[in-house]
Design a binder for this molecule. Structure first.
Ligand SMILES: [Zn+2]
Length: 299
């Protein structure tokens, strides 16, 4: 199954949540011609159906950017469009289906995403949906997708999932996971993206720790892989980045942040993650943890 040629190139950010994908998306969106869309996988339920705010601060239905995208893609954001995509997602886009993705509904499901991407009119879009299963769907449907696989020390990821964080969208707490669950998801998502690379998809890997420690060389190398013509990174000054607003449909609370931000490695897990949890995560995330350079065995 091959897709027709598209003028829009898609950068898909993959990895487990709390690995720095939102930060990377915001930094890449500062490059000329690149537009960040946030987690398009959640656009249907959180944006179209629930009306949660866009990254620009406007309610989804009131955001001019998304209004125009909806009109161009589907003749408007009718709830039935979102409900159809969510029904297709249930059948096609599942973690346990990765690697045997062929399904009669795959083409229709991927077409909905392609319509959103193309309706932006941007030469390059970023979808930070993260889920490896969606990356498999888009690639299997023949779309021109370059996948950036973002990894982070699983102890730091587990520490982040334990924390209570309020969702700025509705004031409710974000989902929390224990260390066992985080370890299993960390392995499943990373293994899913490894599989995609082995199947010949264009996948490159970025470590969160390298991005925040050395943003300029990391972003320059990444832009090269993505085929982006980058004359310079004027929004970066050392480890400080200046971010403009982005019309992200869904994602981590950091998507609302604008202005100067200091990039620094959040390693609060070293003092904040209980030893028992640390040992559990260290053991359960082997061998991928070691493959990604997180060799330190925390005592
Ligand atoms: Zn907006």
């Amino acid at each position: 199954m091959t897709d027709r040629a598209s003028a829009t190139r898609v950068i898909f950010l993959g990895g487990l949540g709390r690995s720095g994908t939102t930060l990377l998306e915001r930094l890449l969106a500062e490059l000329p011609g690149v537009v960040a869309l946030g987690e398009v996988v959640h656009l249907w339920s959180r944006g179209v159906l629930a009306g949660e705010p866009c990254g620009c601060g406007a309610a989804f239905a009131a955001c001019d950017f998304w209004r125009q995208v909806g009109r161009a893609a589907f003749g408007g954001w009718r709830p039935s469009v979102a409900e159809r995509v969510l029904a297709l997602r249930q059948r096609v886009d599942r973690t346990h289906r990765m690697g045997r993705i062929a399904h009669p509904d795959l083409a229709e499901y991927a077409r909905a995403y392609r319509r959103v991407y193309e309706a932006t009119g941007a030469p390059v879009v970023i979808d930070s949906s993260k889920h490896a299963s969606l990356a498999h769907c888009l690639v299997a449907a023949g779309m021109d997708v370059r996948v950036v696989h973002v990894v982070r020390d699983p102890r730091a990821v587990a520490h982040s999932w334990r924390r209570t964080v309020e969702r700025p969208e509705d004031g409710r707490p974000m989902t929390r996971w224990g260390p066992l669950r985080t370890s299993l998801h960390w392995t499943a998502q990373n293994a899913g993206l490894e599989l995609l690379a082995r199947q010949g998809a264009r996948v490159t890997r970025v470590r969160y720790e390298d991005l925040v420690a050395d943003p300029e060389p990391t972003l320059t190398a990444l832009a090269g892989f993505l085929g982006l013509d980058v004359p310079g990174l004027p929004f970066l000054e050392g480890t400080t980045a200046r971010l403009g607003p982005a019309h992200t449909a869904s994602g981590n609370p950091m998507r609302f942040q604008v202005g100067g931000i200091r990039l620094r490695c959040d390693d609060s897990w070293r003092s904040g993650l209980p030893v028992r949890d640390r040992r559990l995560v260290t053991a359960l995330t082997w061998p991928l943890r070691v493959r990604y350079g997180y060799r330190e065995v925390a005592a």
